[in-house]
Ligand binder design. Structure first.
Ligand SMILES: *Cc1c(COP(=O)(O)O)cnc(C)c1O
Length: 431
């Protein structure tokens, strides 16, 4: 008898055999660089598989050789991450950026066209603008408000439509939570790809995964994570992951072997611990975020709240939001009445919520995108993206929601807003 169990039920045991580790209930840290072969013949057999000289036998385990190629902590972590996204295989990295740059390097050649959603994470954007272009890759950005027809026309006008090799997207976009349609990107890829030139679709799912969105089920070929964020969840490590088919991940792992940017056994072990509480953490964070967003929306010093949970059936994005996500998530941004001065006053008056970049952790964090995470973005692009001086970004943690709201309320009370920015009725509410 067997039962198909949910990922949260399997996070404590999947892929680990206690009898191979003295019966230890928990997987130990395999802090070792190299592994002993029982015989020379076994060493030869392991190398044949590792170097692709022959296929792995049906019941043959991937032999351990050297921790740059594989290690039990990496392997178990990869097996467990596969469960959330229902992926065939996974490769883990020493950072989200190393996962992203390795995928971009593997799937793009000189003369290829990369289509990517804008805004994208600052590090990704820099790698695309400054490194891929130097390698001779053609790049083309699109924004979440563009239609399928507009994007197709833009690709055709680029003169490189026959070489569209990769569509890379990040959704919801940071920090304004605008969303990109993954199924639409699959259709665009299918429109341009040919037998000789496949077009892959890659999604940075850091904001909503691995719990609330599953891009592989929506037609993506590759899912990427900064595991530093929700997957790690405690602001105590840097890591990344890539998931997809055995074919895709085989290519990614081969490049990882030669770049040497795999995760360390100790970081992988920390992530195994994090994964046990992933679902309870993320669910609590999303619940808290909904309470915080509701409070902010009703506060007179707040001009606008950017949160997926605020969308109503009248919004043009509502159907897409419901199709693509099972939760509004735990990232809340808002425009404060005023500008940088008011935003800074608010941030400087927070007590419980810490003033720091990054996201997805157990503790709540606040930051000012225009002068912090997005300071490198051109000012006209910032304006079209809505990254204005009055925008504040919050990553909501697992604290008691009333304590978070008290902190935000107190900080807002201490923020002096020029009267001109508020109408009389709003002022009455404050006093
Ligand atoms: C943080 C982040 C990254 C980069 O990940 P690191 O782990 O810091 O290298 C990439 N994409 C998104 C959406 C992120 O938030």
């Amino acid at each position: 008898m067997s039962r198909e169990m949910k990922p949260e039920s399997l996070m404590m045991t999947h892929g680990y055999q206690p009898e191979l580790s003295e019966g230890a209930v928990k997987c130990p840290v395999f802090q070792t660089s190299t592994f002993v072969f029982n015989t020379a013949e076994e060493g030869k057999a392991h190398f044949e598989v590792a170097y692709g000289l022959r296929e792995k036998g049906a019941d043959e385990n991937l032999g351990l050789i050297y921790s740059r190629i594989n290690n039990p902590n990496l392997e178990i972590l990869e097996n467990r991450l596969c469960l959330w996204d229902q992926a065939e295989e996974c490769a883990v990295f020493e950072s989200g950026m190393s996962a992203i740059s390795t995928v971009l390097l593997e799937f793009l050649n000189r003369g290829d066209l990369l289509l990517y959603s804008s805004p994208t994470y600052g590090g990704t954007d820099h790698f695309i603008q400054h490194f891929l272009t130097k390698m001779g890759v053609n790049t083309l950005g699109f924004t979440p408000d563009q239609t399928k027809e507009e994007i197709i026309a833009m690709i055709e006008n680029s003169g490189h439509s026959k070489r569209l090799a990769l569509i890379y997207l990040e959704t919801p976009a940071n920090p304004t939570n605008s969303i990109v349609d993954i199924e639409m990107c699959r259709e665009i890829a299918d429109h341009f790809q040919s037998e000789d030139h496949p077009t892959y679709v890659a999604v940075d799912n850091t904001y909503m995964g691995p719990l609330w969105s599953h891009p592989l089920q929506l037609g993506a070929d590759i899912v990427l994570y900064s595991a530093t964020k929700y997957i790690g969840g405690h602001s105590d490590l840097i890591a990344g992951a890539v998931l997809g088919s055995a074919e895709v991940i085989g290519r990614v792992k081969t490049l990882r072997t030669f770049l040497g940017n795999m995760i360390s056994p100790h970081t992988a072990w920390l992530l195994l611990r994090s994964l046990e509480t992933l679902k309870v953490r993320m669910e609590q964070q999303a619940k808290n975020a909904q309470e915080v967003a509701r409070f902010l929306a009703g506060h007179p010093k707040v001009e606008k709240v950017h949160y997926l949970g605020m969308l109503t059936p009248e919004d043009s994005n509502y159907q897409l939001y419901k199709r693509q996500y099972s939760s509004p998530g735990a990232m809340v941004s808002f425009d404060i009445h005023g500008g940088e001065r008011e935003a800074f006053q608010f941030l400087n008056n927070l007590k419980l919520i810490k003033l720091a970049v990054s996201l997805g952790s157990t503790e709540s964090l606040a930051q000012h995108p225009a002068t912090m995470t997005h300071v490198g973005v051109d000012s006209d692009i910032k304006e079209t993206l809505g990254v204005t001086e009055k925008l504040v970004r919050l990553s909501i943690g697992v604290e008691y929601h009333e304590d978070l709201i008290w902190d935000i309320q107190t900080a807002l009370e201490r923020t002096e807003i020029a009267n001109a920015d508020l109408n009389a009725a709003e002022l009455e509410c404050i006093s």
